[in-house]
Design a protein around this ligand. Structure first.
Ligand SMILES: Cc1cc2nc3c(=O)[nH]c(=O)nc-3n(C[C@H](O)[C@H](O)[C@H](O)COP(=O)(O)OP(=O)(O)OC[C@H]3O[C@@H](n4cnc5c(N)ncnc54)[C@H](O)[C@@H]3O)c2cc1C
Length: 433
């Protein structure tokens, strides 16, 4: 039995700590914020459950769903039938965001491109099976190409404009020309049986449940690490003036914080790769209404499309995404911004943008929201640029013994990637004892 320290109580850190504790190790988790959850934190306010960042899980989140099952929380997962409208000026096209095949019914996608999508889908099914949330699998097809070039060439221009771009605007908030196509290619294999689900008690459910079983120290930002190759590790939390000693360490923060903490403790080239991992700021504005001003709206998501730049990528009606997240008869709107719109914009400007998009997409009403807040995440999402997955595979293979990293930056920036990275880090560390 060893004593293991874990830094960070997001999905990656909580998963790693829980798995190690299950194996009989003593684990202490140090978290900078006052609550666990990281970018899956759910804020409870006036009867609303406000998911401050992440809003859904996919049926392909096998490890996340397995954890929820183990914690007897699977029944909380409610399907999200994501009725969606793509909005281009006065034209509106309906699809199901939770049913990728519904894209084939879009009238704005040419017939020729629909055939190309089907052809590419069949080709993907014939390829070796890939896990879209496993960094190694993504690295194996991360050949330096970018997503826009790949999609225009393989699927066609209308498929790019109306299927790939809106999808990735929502997932990454960045132009596809900056991204590797690896995630898109790997997810095509799972398009047939795909669905979405949301824990009725909010996206923070997983970390809340895991952390209840852990020895968690919130409000403990780690400021210094000392890793000794043969004598364990110690970490220091300057604000609390507290030191923690352990036999091994898992750093489950974002890549840049990990680089800062590990400076001087591991090979400089690893620090360089971690600190150069590209991140974008990601933000959303939530507006809540105790009485829903749009009771007849049937869609749960409205997505502006077309060649013009859209500072707001998606408007989500949370009462439709997760009915339990709002009081009866209420509505909560979420506006998800393109990362380029965030640079240099104040919160007041972002709220102004959200109001304009609300009026344009849902229709203006005289009622003001009861609550409006911007939730900003400085390191919101990693940018899986071409070559990113290969870089991350190199990092994890070159860490010294009893030191592991975990975080969503090892694969697609999402909860499942974080959970898989957490389980992998736990395995790596457990092997040493
Ligand atoms: C707006 C937005 C929407 C998203 N939507 C989705 C979605 O719908 N579905 C999905 O799957 N994913 C979504 N994501 C991504 C998802 O939230 C992340 O993939 C996931 O939270 C990553 O987990 P993690 O544990 O790697 O990192 P985090 O959740 O960021 O957790 C890292 C933790 O480390 C802590 N920490 C950092 N530095 C220190 C330190 N020095 N000392 C102690 N603690 C420290 C942080 O406070 C944090 O709690 C979204 C993200 C954003 C920003």
């Amino acid at each position: 039995m060893a004593k293991i320290l874990v830094i960070g109580a997001g999905p990656a850190g909580c998963t790693a700590a829980y798995r190690l504790q299950q194996r009989g190790h003593i684990v202490q988790v140090l978290e900078a914020a006052t609550v666990p959850g990281g970018r899956t934190y759910t804020l409870e306010k006036d009867g609303f459950l406000i998911d401050t960042a992440a809003i859904f899980t996919m049926s392909t989140y096998h490890r996340t769903w397995a954890l929820l099952r183990e914690l007897a929380l699977e029944s909380r997962l409610q399907p999200w039938h994501a009725h969606t409208q793509l909005v281009e000026g006065d034209r509106r096209f309906s699809l199901r965001y939770d049913q990728p095949l519904s894209n084939l019914l879009l009238p704005c996608v040419s017939l020729a491109d629909k055939f190309k999508i089907i052809k590419a889908g069949i080709a993907a099914l014939l390829e070796p099976s890939l896990n879209a949330f496993n960094g190694d699998d993504l690295a194996s097809i991360d050949n330096g190409e970018n997503l826009e070039d790949w999609a225009r060439c393989t699927l066609g221009n209308t498929a790019y404009e109306y299927v790939v771009k809106p999808n990735h605007d929502m997932l990454y908030a960045l132009p596809p020309c900056l991204l590797s196509p690896a995630f898109q290619r790997a997810t095509m294999q799972a398009a047939w049986g795909f669905s979405l689900a949301v824990p009725s008690s909010g996206m923070g459910t997983l970390c809340r449940a895991l952390s209840e079983q852990l020895d968690l120290y919130v409000n403990h930002p780690v400021t210094q690490i000392e890793y000794r190759r043969h004598q364990g590790v110690s970490v220091h939390c300057a604000g609390q003036n507290a030191d923690f000693q352990g036999d091994a360490l898992i750093v489950a923060t974002d890549a840049h914080s990990a680089a800062t903490l590990l400076q001087g403790q591991v090979d400089d080239s690893l620090i360089d790769t971690l600190s150069q991992t590209p991140y974008i700021e990601y933000a959303q504005t939530t507006m809540t209404y105790t009485q829903d001003p749009w009771p007849d709206e049937t869609n749960s998501m409205l997505v502006p499309v077309g060649k013009n730049f859209h500072p707001v990528n998606a408007l989500v009606l949370h009462s439709k995404r997760n009915p339990a997240s709002v009081p009866k008869g209420a509505q909560s709107l979420g506006f998800y911004y393109n990362s380029q719109a965030l640079t240099g914009s104040s919160d007041a400007e972002l709220i102004d943008l959200a109001r304009r998009y609300r009026d344009r997409l849902l229709g203006a009403v005289a009622v003001a929201p009861d609550f409006e807040q911007v939730f900003r995440y400085k390191r919101g999402l990693t940018v899986p640029a071409p070559g990113h997955y290969r870089n991350m595979t190199t990092v994890s293979s070159r860490l010294p013994p009893r030191l592991a990293l975990a975080g969503d930056y090892f694969a697609h920036a999402g909860i499942e990637a974080a959970v898989i990275a957490g389980e992998r880090a736990a395995n790596e560390v457990a092997k040493c004892f």
